[in-house]
Design a binder for this molecule. Structure first.
Ligand SMILES: CC(C)(COP(=O)(O)OP(=O)(O)OC[C@H]1O[C@@H](n2cnc3c(N)ncnc32)[C@H](O)[C@@H]1OP(=O)(O)O)[C@@H](O)C(=O)NCCC(=O)NCCS
Length: 326
């Protein structure tokens, strides 16, 4: 953990720094904060990536805040919302992010305040492991997260494919609650066999209940593979896209099953007219990376995966898993 803070440095500039910091308040995010937090999130990432249209048409803050497995915090400076942090709980695995500070408020320790609160929350969840995705080429980001015990776990790829191959697929029936419950029970068995206690069922349920997408299943291997796919504007995918936020297959023959699942996802995208397929996963998942390459996906961007040590149960290279930590 990082060294305790609190000793104000000497000097007038430092004093001004501490005075300005004193008015920043971190508190839990409420539904009333969502619009402001989304605006700050877009401004922060647009400035960071140099892409003024960053996040247009996709909806990350509102949709995650409405999920039962997400905790959110905001930073307020004299009543104005200047930053936010979301944390997602997938059973015994936690995902930290997105973290955003308005460009006008950066460099004043706001991210530290949000992370102090967020890490305390993560610690209270008693996780087996937690991870985050960040900018690989930014010493600032690395320094920030290392201060909270996160370590470099190597590159993490973002993958894309233009869907073209029609075929067969199934989806988890959105309205048949009994069938849904039975599939979700199977999903929990699969995730837990990859990492004890790892659980995507609340994630899947929230996605379905908010109408953000579908859980796609490979028809030949029902119950052995699941892909949580956000689709279109207003979801995390954005206009015209189908985004595999997380996917898991059975441990045995995970390479074959992953390929079958990716085929089903592509068929689902073709059938619905989505123009773009997207996914993400740490590059250390060699089985998953190989299945994506063999299925015609291309790595389009590379970030950095970081996890907190002590995560003895973390997913290994053979895990039949796609999990985007953005
Ligand atoms: C990343 C981000 C959240 C940081 O917010 P911030 O409020 O400016 O950060 P803070 O002021 O709390 O802390 C920044 C830390 O990085 C350090 N830092 C700044 N520039 C640095 C550099 N070039 N190299 C190393 N460290 C650097 C600062 O000294 C500070 O560390 P310290 O507290 O030990 O002194 C903000 O820049 C942002 O929203 N960026 C766009 C979105 C984004 O990238 N989010 C995170 C994605 S993983």
């Amino acid at each position: 953990m990082r060294a305790p803070r609190g000793v104000a440095p000497a000097g007038r500039i430092a004093l001004r720094f501490w005075e300005s910091l004193a008015v920043v308040l971190v508190r839990e995010m409420t539904a009333d904060d969502v619009v402001g937090a989304e605006a700050v999130h877009r401004r922060a990432f647009a400035a960071q990536t140099g892409d003024p249209s960053f996040g247009e048409g996709s909806d990350v803050i509102r949709t995650r805040h409405a999920s039962g497995n997400v905790a959110g915090f905001v930073a307020e400076d004299a009543g104005a919302l200047v930053g936010s942090l979301l944390l997602t709980r997938w059973g015994t695995f936690g995902v930290l992010g997105p973290l955003s500070v308005d460009p006008s408020a950066q460099g004043r320790g706001v991210a530290r305040l949000l992370l102090d609160r967020g890490i305390a929350e993560l610690d209270s969840w008693e996780l087996a492991a937690s991870g985050l995705y960040t900018f690989a080429d930014s010493p600032k980001h690395r320094h920030l997260y290392e201060g909270y015990g996160f370590v470099d776990r190597g590159p993490s790829h973002l993958w894309r494919r233009t869907p073209s191959l029609a075929g067969e697929y199934d989806v988890l029936p959105p309205d048949d609650l009994q069938a849904r419950a039975s599939y979700l029970w199977t999903l929990r068995q699969l995730t837990s066999s990859q990492l004890p206690g790892w659980d995507l069922t609340i994630e899947a349920t929230s996605m379905l209940e908010q109408g953000l997408g579908s859980v796609v299943l490979p028809p030949r291997y029902r119950g052995l593979g699941f892909a949580l796919c956000h689709v279109g504007a207003g979801s995390e995918a954005g206009p015209d896209a189908c985004y595999v936020k997380a996917a898991v297959v059975h441990r045995h023959q995970s390479d074959v099953l992953l390929r079958a699942l990716l085929e089903a996802v592509e068929a689902f995208a073709v059938d619905h007219g989505w123009a773009r397929l997207e996914a993400g996963a740490p590059a250390s998942r060699t089985t998953a990376s190989r299945a994506l390459l063999d299925s015609g996906w291309t790595p389009t961007g590379t970030g950095l995966a970081m996890t907190r040590p002590g995560d003895g149960g973390a997913l290994g290279p053979d895990a039949g898993v796609l999990d985007d930590w953005r």
